[in-house]
Structures are given as structure tokens and as C-alpha cells.
Design a protein around this ligand. Structure first.
Ligand code: FAD
Length: 318
């Protein structure tokens, strides 16, 4: 089923449903951890599951002659494969992410053709970040510099436009894109970022999933500004339950989001990470309840592979 239909159906039934995001297993790991994470949440009726996409990274090792050897590695391959395995095992709709980083338009087209053959018709289209240690995102020479180009390519395939000419068939993808309630790090301001978001929707995106935010007022203000800019597609807000004290520094650094003072104070007073997990779970439950009250049909949880805290929130709020 298309994600857009799942969202519309939840809205028409006046329901709020939850979704969550998982990472593909590290190379060499099997499916056990990811299936364990899903086993915790599957009985609670998630609307769908997202699976992230991880670009290549560069590692250097020192050779005996002292020179450095460069290795290109991909630690978490298999986004499409693990997504198909989830659908097969659980029957839950699953959304593989696809990014512009490292990939040519041909690579992207091939991945989407695989998904089409696997009867997977949902995708989250993203640009991706620069590799670790590099400041700027550099597109593949035959790729896209921004997610709007990727969305246009997928929307083109939906009209039967393939790179080497028109196909006899067309794909039928429902396309999600990312939005940033606290603006994307590279944008000069939120208005400019919302203009970029509009380009993605105009290119063919069906719905928006937001970056995590710990402040419902900012999420709801973002939604109001997006609507004012003429964007009408559904918006799925993203929230992340904190679990460790280190999140206070890692999350702002990695995702360029603010943590409200009240939350920071509560976490700082925690004696250990078990106490942080309790604070983080309560905060996220409070956010989920507020967003449900605001009438949002779907709420997305960033799990980073941990799902027992999300199960607690879902049991309490949904
Ligand atoms: P874009 O929409 O291209 O935006 C990037 C920047 O460029 C923004 O500042 C925007 O304002 C600007 N911009 C956009 N279009 C244009 C244009 N045409 N001209 C000029 N400027 C423009 N990363 C991964 O590597 N793998 C994942 O699986 C993944 N999943 C994610 C899921 C969600 C819900 C979110 C919110 C993010 C995810 N990310 C993931 C991170 C994402 O790749 C980064 O945030 C990345 O830096 C931006 O991606 P984007 O798709 O928003 O890019």
C-alpha cells in the first residue's frame, strides 16, 4: 500500500498512527538484531517502517612503508534487501531510503527497478550528507546535487521516462522527502529551506517527513509556515526519545537541532543512563501526545535500532 494512502486513511478515520526508522545491519551481521527490534513493535500495529540508506565512507590504513592507503567502505549496505525481507516476514509496508550521495542516475534507476520488481512502491528520496571528514556534499558526476533532482527522476520513471528513453512500462512510486522544522544546516534561513522543500514537492513528492525536533511548538510552527508557502502534502513529524547523556552533544552536532533547556536540565540531573532513558521516554511521550492532540495522522520515531522505549511510548499514547 502507498504511504500516502496510509496517511490519508488514518486522517479520515481521525486516528494517529506511528512509524519508526531502522538502520540496515552492519556488514557481516545477520538480520537478528533488526528483526528483534521489529518484534517489539510489530504487535503494536505500526503504520509502516523506514529503512535508512548509508553512503560509502573513506578509511585510511598505514602501510609498512609509512604511506597511507585509502579504502572505500560501506558499513551498512543492503537497504533494499533488508526492506524486502521485512515485508516478507512481517507483511508491514516498508520504505527504503535512497540518497544522491555516491550514486549516479543509472545506479539510482537500477535500485528503483529492483524495488519495482520486488513490488515495493514507496521510497524516501534524500540528498545525503558529505562523507565524514568532508565539509561539503559533492554530487556524483552523473548524479544529482539536490533531492529535488532525485524526486524528478523518480517522478519521471512514474511517467515511463527512463534515462535511455521511454520505457514500455512505468513505475508507480509514492515519494517521501525530508523537511526541517529547525531548518537544514546549510540553509541561510527557514524561509529559504521551505522554498527548497516546495521545489521537492513541485518535482513530485507526495509527503514530507521531518527531521527530529524536541519542541512541538517548533514542529507546529513549521507546519503552519509550510502551509502558508502553499505546500499541501501531508507532513509526518519526527521525534526521537533520548537514551543517553551523550545525546545532549551528539544530536545537536549531527542533526543541527536544539534541545529545550528544561529537557537538558532534567537529563543533566540524571544519575545514569537508565534515568536518562526514563526522562527521554517521558519527553517523547509528551511530544507524541501533543502531536496526536494536534490531529497529525502519523508520527515517526527515530529509533537508531532501539525500540523498547518506543513500545512504552506507543502503549501509553496511541
Ligand atoms: P536537499 O533537499 O537537497 O537539501 C539540502 C540543502 O540544500 C538544504 O539546505 C536545502 O535548503 C538546499 N537545497 C535543496 N534544493 C536546492 C536546490 N535545488 N538549489 C539550492 N539549494 C537547495 N541521510 C542519509 O544519508 N541516509 C538516510 O537514510 C537519511 N534519512 C533521512 C530521513 C529523514 C526523515 C531526514 C530528515 C533526513 C535523513 N537523512 C538521511 C539526512 C539527509 O540526507 C541530510 O539531512 C542531507 O543533508 C539533506 O538531505 P535532503 O534530502 O533534505 O537534501
Amino acid at each position: 500500500m502507498k504511504i500516502i494512502d496510509i496517511i490519508h486513511r488514518a486522517a479520515s478515520e481521525n486516528r494517529t498512527r506511528f512509524t519508526f526508522e531502522l538502520l540496515p545491519p552492519l556488514k557481516g551481521e545477520g538480520t537478528a538484531n533488526i528483526f528483534d527490534a521489529i518484534d517489539t513493535l510489530a504487535p503494536l500495529d505500526p503504520a509502516y517502517i523506514n529503512v535508512t540508506f548509508h553512503r560509502e565512507d573513506t578509511r585510511y590504513t598505514e602501510r609498512p612503508d609509512g604511506l597511507l592507503e585509502r579504502h572505500i567502505i560501506r558499513q551498512r549496505p543492503g537497504t533494499v534487501g533488508i526492506s524486502a525481507a521485512i515485508v516478507k516476514r512481517y507483511g508491514i509496508e516498508t520504505v527504503p531510503h535512497i540518497i544522491c550521495g555516491d550514486l549516479s542516475r543509472y545506479d539510482i534507476e537500477d535500485a528503483l527497478i529492483d524495488m519495482d520488481f520486488l513490488d515495493m512502491h514507496n521510497v524516501l528520496a534524500l540528498r545525503g550528507d558529505a562523507p565524514h571528514g568532508e565539509r561539503r556534499f559533492k554530487p556524483h558526476p552523473q548524479g544529482h546535487s539536490h533531492a529535488d533532482g532525485l524526486v524528478a527522476q523518480i517522478a519521471g520513471m512514474n511517467r515511463g521516462k527512463f534515462i535511455d528513453g521511454d520505457g514500455r512500462q512505468h513505475t508507480d512510486f509514492c515519494i517521501g522527502v525530508a523537511g526541517y522544522p529547525e531548518k537544514h544546516a546549510e540553509s541561510p534561513n527557514l524561509d529559504a529551506d521551505i522554498e527548497a522543500l516546495k521545489r521537492k514537492v513541485d518535482a513530485g513528492a507526495d509527503y514530507i517527513v521531518t527531521q527530529m525536533s524536541f519542541d512541538n511548538a517548533r514542529i507546529l510552527d513549521f507546519i503552519a509556515r509550510v502551509r502558508k508557502a502553499g505546500i499541501t502534502v501531508p507532513i509526518v513529524p519526527g521525534i526521537k526519545p533520548l537514551t543517553t547523556k551523550s545525546h545532549l552533544t551528539i544530536l545537536p552536532q549531527t542533526f543541527h537541532v536544539d534541545l529545550p533547556s528544561e529537557l537538558v536540565k532534567e537529563v543533566e540531573q540524571c544519575a545514569d543512563n537508565a534515568a536518562v532513558r526514563e526522562v527521554g521516554t517521558e519527553w517523547a511521550a509528551m511530544q507524541a501526545a501533543g502531536l496526536k492532540k494536534a490531529g497529525l495522522p502519523v508520527i515517526h520515531f527515530y529509533s537508531m535500532g532501539r525500540t523498547t522505549n518506543i513500545a512504552e511510548i506507543v502503549k501509553k499514547v496511541f
